[in-house]
Design a protein around this ligand. Structure first.
Ligand code: G6P
Length: 478
């Protein structure tokens, strides 16, 4: 009876993710400074409004966060979080490092993005088993905190590969809850997923199947998950499988991209690109975390091939490449970052002239500068080896001033929605990528403008707020 009297919309919502909406820096004098995160989840959650008693459970990521947890008991000051109730978990640093660096980023991320290649081989010996125990402990800490925070019949939305075991653990503690799991990554094809030890592969699948609903960014990833469940467990049981594509936040982007800090960066970038009003230079833009799956080095090789084979482009085009640091605790990421820098330097010394820098590479994260680059892009290069969605491919067409040709990997989730109006490439095929760059640079203006318009419409059809509400609705009505 109670459930009939209380409107469904009023049920409490909890979100769980490794990275929360706020992170703290610890100053030398002991002061804590809160920095707020952006991203789809933050804007998505805002759609349910301020009065819903929502709680976001996340992990303390570094020293600043751990100190904040020590001072607050983990229930953070809402002044720091933009009004959001946040419960931050102070996982012991060694457990956290094993779970996050060892299992989540060095293993599960590699499996779902098909990143193993000699000498980066899967390793499942005693070190991995110890890391796995940490991953279980880290997942258990989330399940216990969620069980503790959730009111009767609350809806819980658990995010990503870091927390694959949480749905099953939480179900055992609190059978009354509605539990959803969402994967922001691709899901590995079954033969590749089976690189994992069988017991661990099953545990991961059973963990997610503890949810009432497991959702993915595209049908392709959802089908891959279902195939793994069928092969290893005989099926998905009672868990429903859903798909919710995440789109760009058009209103936010358009407003943000016209602020004065973006204008300043635009002027700086124009200076770095060079060219004259009579002979303006074309720009090929890419913006990524420095991440192996983003395939930045092959993108640079393709650009080098373009300049080698089609000398007419020399001095007439600039590759603006932003590669922001990511997961620098892992040696393989540090090596990759160095390689990106090295190849960019090689191209600049091979082709550069006193008035032209062929690759303008920036590695310091700067959102305003990214938006400035989006605005002046003639060509966007998005060539990941594999990517859950890739929001850059969706954001650039929304605010590109001139219209922008999109060179897009068929292995990005965004391909399902944008493939028709993009120049689609196999991300391993450097020759085809170089040819696509040439085609993009020579695209007829009207064609480019028409494609950009259609790309922007497709890219914004599911803004983060809608994406979030759709999941909640599907979880409640199932
Ligand atoms: C990307 C992926 C997410 C993932 C995140 C983690 O954004 O799309 O699935 O959660 O990376 O990145 P981090 O910097 O927290 O390791």
């Amino acid at each position: 009876m109670v459930s009939e009297m209380v409107p469904e919309q009023a049920a409490q919502v909890l979100v769980a993710s490794n990275r929360g909406p706020v992170s703290y820096k610890l100053g030398e004098d002991g002061t804590l400074t809160a920095g707020r995160g952006g991203g789809g989840l933050v804007s998505g959650l805002s759609a349910i409004g301020p009065d819903t008693n929502a709680v976001w459970v996340c992990a303390a990521l570094g020293d600043g966060d751990r100190e904040a947890v020590r001072r607050t008991g983990g229930r953070l000051d809402t002044g720091d979080t933009g009004g959001q109730r946040v419960r931050m978990l102070g996982i012991p640093p060694e457990v956290y490092a094993d779970a996050y660096n060892g299992v989540a980023n060095s293993t599960l991320w590699f499996v779902h993005h098909l990143l193993y290649q000699t000498p980066l081989e899967p390793a499942f010996g005693t070190e991995f088993r110890a890391q796995w125990a940490s991953y279980e402990a880290y997942n258990r800490a989330f399940a216990e905190a969620l069980a503790d925070e959730a009111g009767d019949g609350a809806a819980v939305l658990i995010q990503d590969y870091h927390l694959a075991l949480v749905p099953g653990m939480l179900r055992a503690l609190r059978p009354d809850l509605r539990i959803g799991h969402f994967s922001h990554t691709p899901w590995a094809p079954v033969d590749y997923f089976r690189l994992l030890p069988d017991d661990i592969a099953r545990q991961l699948l059973r963990g997610i199947l503890g949810a009432d609903r497991a959702a993915f960014l595209t049908r392709r990833w959802a089908d891959a998950f279902t195939a793994c469940c069928t092969e290893l467990l005989g099926g998905t049981g009672k868990t429903r499988i859903g798909v919710h594509g995440l789109g760009a936040d058009a209103d936010f982007l358009r407003e943000r991209a016209n602020r004065s800090d973006v204008e300043e960066r635009l002027a700086e970038l124009r200076e770095q690109i060079g060219g004259t009003p009579e002979a303006p230079r074309r720009t090929i833009v890419r913006v990524d975390r420095t991440e192996l799956s983003k395939n930045i080095v092959r993108g640079l090789y393709a650009y080098r091939q373009l300049l080698t084979e089609r000398p007419e482009w020399r001095e007439r085009v600039t590759h603006v490449a932003f590669a922001y640091p990511s997961r620098q605790d892992l040696a393989v990421y540090r090596d990759y970052t160095a390689r990106v820098q090295e190849v960019a330097d090689e191209i600049n010394s091979e082709f550069g002239t006193p008035g032209w820098t062929p690759v303008v590479l920036h590695v310091k994260d700067d959102f305003a500068r990214s938006l400035a680059a989006y605005r002046l892009a003639d060509v966007a290069l998005v060539n990941p080896i594999r990517d859950g969605m890739n929001l850059v491919a969706k954001e650039i067409p929304v605010i590109s001033a001139n219209g922008c040709a999109l060179v897009l990997s068929r292995e990005a989730g965004a391909y399902e929605e944008l493939g028709e109006d993009a120049l689609v490439v196999n991300p391993y095929d450097v020759t085809a990528t170089a040819a696509a760059l040439h085609e993009a640079l020579t695209m007829d203006d009207d064609d480019r403008a028409a494609r950009t318009k259609r790309l922007a419409a497709a890219a914004t059809s599911l803004p983060p707020q809608q994406w979030f509400l759709d999941q909640l609705e599907a979880l409640r009505t199932g």
